[in-house]
Design a protein around this ligand. Structure first.
Ligand SMILES: Cc1cc2nc3c(=O)[nH]c(=O)nc-3n(C[C@H](O)[C@H](O)[C@H](O)COP(=O)(O)OP(=O)(O)OC[C@H]3O[C@@H](n4cnc5c(N)ncnc54)[C@H](O)[C@@H]3O)c2cc1C
Length: 433
């Protein structure tokens, strides 16, 4: 019997536990460790931050949905890992594993800038449920006495989409409330240009995003570094400053402390190196999925930024990791598989929305992808709401990737995973970065 432990019950960890349970016979144990009692659908947090969605609607109580699927649930935070002895430290005890899947998502590096973050500084974030609730409280107060808004991303940030979504949704909400004229809005980003998104842009993302912001009279300051924030002003490294009454600034991400503390396990920022199979290059029993995986920036940029890992890529990694662990345990035949890193993303802007398809998300060294397109329309907002409900239902019933979803995506030319053939043109023993 093998014990497979998944750390983190977010968009990567909960589906990973379900998928492992699905592919492994019952004599192998699947354990899910979560430091929170609930699963949260993170892509909907910008709505929560603006009071457009209640948090309950995008959360599921893990104790009600996980054990019934034959998965052991431990509500605790992993505080240390020893990949040599295959042990995890939990509160007052040690847990041994045969395989571990790291799915902790990011820790927010709020100490990257003085004044960043809702508790350590003066800016809001929507990167976790607690922050989204604080952002919402601050938003309600702001509406009583509005003034300038600054939305953006700090140097080192990797997830830029939610800044655009938040800015455009805030515009829409203010307009509906008749307050927009009283609120100068600025978007400040460390991307070399607005719409770069950490992936060198895609299709016409640069022009689409710029036009949407311009149409709504949102000033754009791109390729700028925020240096510090005080209670009234965002200071930029070039000496300029932006007064604000409300600021939502996406922080840089890093891996959690327990990964950074384990020698040779993660990179300096705590991200996990992975082989094409999403196994660790040194420790065979360690796999990773989601935001915690290490992906090298596609180009060096004037201000350092990271690469986003979006939900669909996370799901692809989950499928690959569950399959590859099952192969390793000898319960499945065939080749190892790897995620295709194709991505579809929906962004809601209130009265319209934008869909981004990148195949794959990261272009090759010459900047090419097989396919990339963006489109916009009201229907994208509805599709995002429908997808949220669909994903929550999948997590409720424990069906991470139903056959009809796999089939539908394959019809769109998005197979999600692909076999690593024995004659693969890349070295399967080299990390993907
Ligand atoms: C604001 C925002 C909006 C986004 N919008 C979109 C979008 O529209 N479309 C899209 O495709 N992607 C979007 N993304 C990206 C998407 O949310 C991520 O790809 C996805 O959440 C990654 O899943 P994950 O499992 O790596 O991390 P998470 O979903 O964050 O889950 C990690 C879990 O691990 C837990 N954990 C952490 N440390 C420990 C520990 N030591 N012990 C136990 N548990 C631990 C955390 O509490 C958390 O529950 C967005 C991201 C953000 C931040």
């Amino acid at each position: 019997m093998a014990r497979v432990v998944v750390i983190g019950a977010g968009l990567g960890g909960l589906p990973a536990a379900y998928e492992l349970r699905h592919v492994l016979p019952r004599h192998h144990q699947v354990t899910l460790i979560s430091n929170r009692p609930t699963f949260t659908f993170v892509p909907s947090l910008p709505w929560v931050g603006l009071g457009l969605r209640s948090l309950d609607r995008i959360q599921l109580e893990l104790a009600k949905i996980v054990p019934q699927h034959g998965i052991e649930l431990i509500h605790d935070a992993v505080s240390a890992i020893n990949p040599k002895s295959k042990q995890l430290a939990l509160t007052g005890r040690t847990l041994e594993y045969d395989y571990v899947v790291i799915a902790t998502g990011p820790e927010l590096a709020l100490d990257a800038l003085p004044g960043l973050g809702p508790e350590t500084g003066y800016t809001q974030s929507v990167c976790n449920p607690h922050h989204a609730l604080l952002a919402c409280d601050a938003w309600k107060q702001f509406l009583q006495d509005p003034g300038p808004i600054v939305v953006g991303a700090a140097p080192g940030a990797s997830c830029f989409g939610p800044a655009y979504e938040f800015a455009l949704l805030a515009h829409h909400t203010l307009r509906r409330q008749g307050l927009r004229d009283r609120v100068p809005m600025t978007l400040v980003t460390s991307e070399p240009y607005a719409g770069h998104l950490g992936i060198g842009g895609m299709a016409d993302s640069r022009w689409l995003i710029r036009a949407m912001l311009a149409d709504r009279h949102i000033d754009v300051m791109d390729n700028v570094a925020i240096s510090c924030v005080d209670s009234t002003t965002i200071h930029l490294a070039d000496g300029r400053s932006l007064p604000f009454k409300y600021a939502m600034i996406l922080p840089p991400f890093r891996g959690p402390q327990f990964l950074r503390d384990a020698p040779g396990l993660s990179d300096a920022k705590g991200f996990m190196p992975v082989l094409p199979t999403y196994r660790h290059p040194v420790y065979d029993s360690v796999y990773s999925v989601g935001v915690i995986t290490q992906l090298k920036p596609i180009e060096s940029t004037p201000i350092p930024i990271g690469v986003p890992k979006v939900g669909q890529m996370t799901e692809e990694m989950v499928m690959a990791v569950a399959h590859n662990i099952a192969l390793d345990l000898g319960v499945m035949d065939g080749h190892p598989i790897k995620p295709t890193l194709q991505a579809i993303c929906f962004a809601d802007f209130g009265d319209t929305g934008a869909l981004f398809l990148a195949d794959p998300l990261l272009p090759d060294s010459e900047g090419h992808r097989h396919r990339a397109f963006t489109t916009k329309g009201r229907w994208v907002s509805w599709a995002k709401t429908a997808f949220e409900k669909y994903f929550m239902d999948k997590m409720r019933v424990g069906w991470p990737m139903p056959w009809f979803e796999r089939w539908g995506l394959r019809m769109l030319g998005l197979p999600l995973v692909e076999p690593i053939a024995p004659d693969a043109s890349f070295d399967v023993n080299r990390p993907v970065v």
